[in-house]
Write a protein that binds this ligand. Structure first.
Ligand code: GDD
Ligand code: MG
Length: 373
């Protein structure tokens, strides 16, 4: 078996974080997101992985190299122009070679689903393709799948991009009280499934290939899973992913070491003994935290950050090299690489500050006054 991770696209819904890096490299609890997917595949015995991408592929290759450091073999299938989901999978299979069954992951899904159980189901059904289902409240911005009692897929309903945008933009949709079984973006595929995917133009598995298989009566099955599942397409879900790892809602290894003082930290982190850090706080490599500072909620301090004295941080994500002056209070914000917050600033709300931003001494921002500006 070989693993394919598809992650093309510019990650526009996660801007500004994706201006400087592709979505798979966004750090979640101080590890590039893609490392969790690689670890999941490895945990289920899949150690040959092909990564299908286009946007900033060189950065991904720079991080993972040939995969040795992560205990896997990693290859890259790079598209000059996005080939669509089916085109990307086919392109990756060409790079992989061979006739292995493929385990395909959408590159923006954080999950601890039991891939071994899904593969077993696929083999038992002798399926051409097996999809994985997650139960979510209806309506949702995801592909909805209808199966018969035997798990055979009858219908695949992928919302249009406009419908997805409208659903995703509405934080409080009016729920119908029903549930949907949605496509979780994890497929087990026989290599022959890709033979009929046309070359030379973008092709979507969701909109074209799967509906065609269903029309032809091909054995396409789907199996439901109960573990943790999250598509990290937007800033809000990026926060949820962080929260899920730090509060152990998902079974993944938390990076770094648990400290006797009661928080997570990585090598070279220096925390003043008078600082108070909650058990759901993670401090990155060589970060420094000053005297009397309080860090609570699900907060991640990135590597090389410098947090001053008497600072209050709650539910914040600080990326690499953020500098926070004395007496600052931040609640709920995300600060990208190298953001500088001078002393006595107060920022409350779900703002994301782009890499290199500067907040001058004493700045006060709440989401209310940002919205009215
Ligand atoms: N390499 C490559 N090339 N990857 C692509 C391309 C492409 O042309 N197009 C999309 N992808 C990758 C994206 O980077 C992402 O990892 C994955 O395919 C899914 O694309 P999204 O743009 O994130 O789609 P979505 O989240 O709206 O919907 C998809 O995922 C849902 C579950 O998260 C669909 O598969 C839905 O059916 C599904 O419910
Ligand atoms: Mg997605």
């Amino acid at each position: 078996m070989k693993g394919i991770i598809i992650a093309g696209g510019a990650g526009t819904r996660l801007r500004p974080l994706t201006y400087t890096r592709p979505k798979p490299l966004i750090p979640v609890v101080n590890r590039p997101f893609l490392e969790y997917q690689v670890a999941l595949l490895k945990r289920h015995g899949i150690d040959e992985i092909i990564f299908a991408t286009n946007y900033m592929a060189d950065k991904i290759q720079g991080h993972f190299g040939d995969g040795t450091r992560f205990g896997v073999s990693m290859k890259y299938a790079i598209e000059d122009k996005p080939l669509g989901t089916a085109g990307a999978i086919k392109n990756a299979q060409n790079v992989a070679g061979g006739t292995d069954t493929l385990v395909v992951l959408n590159g923006d899904v954080l999950t601890d689903f039991d891939l071994t159980a899904i593969v077993r189901f696929h083999q038992e059904k002798n399926a051409l393709v097996t999809l994985t289902l997650k139960e979510v409240p209806s309506p949702s911005p995801y592909g909805v799948i209808i199966t018969d009692d035997n798990g055979r897929v009858q219908e695949f309903r992928e919302p249009s991009e406009a419908q997805k945008k409208a659903l995703a933009a509405n934080p409080n949709p009016e729920l119908t009280g029903e549930v949907d079984y949605i496509n979780a973006g994890i497929y087990i595929m026989q290599p022959e499934a890709l033979l009929s995917v046309p070359a030379g133009r973008p092709v979507s598995v969701e909109r074209e290939t799967y509906p065609r298989f269903l029309a032809e009566g091909a054995p396409v099955y789907a199996v439901s899973q109960n573990g943790f599942w999250l598509d990290i397409g937007q800033a809000e879900q990026y926060r949820q992913a962080t929260e899920a790892i730090l509060s152990r809602k998902i079974s993944v290894e938390v990076p770094g070491q648990w400290q006797s003082a009661g928080y997570w930290a990585e090598d070279g982190a220096e925390v003043d003994p008078t600082a108070h850090l909650a058990p759901t706080v993670h401090v990155g490599r060589r970060a420094r935290i000053g005297a009397g500072t309080s860090v609570t909620g699900k907060t991640v301090i990135g590597p090389h950050c410098v947090v001053g004295a008497n600072v209050t941080l709650q539910d914040c994500i600080l990326e690499d090299g953020v500098v926070i002056g004395d007496g600052v209070t931040l609640t709920g914000v995300i600060l990208d690489d190298g953001v500088k917050v001078e002393s006595d600033c107060v920022v409350t709300g779900s703002a994301v500050f782009a890499s290199g931003s500067l907040l001058a001494k004493g700045t006060r921002i709440t989401m209310e006054n940002m919205a009215s500006e």
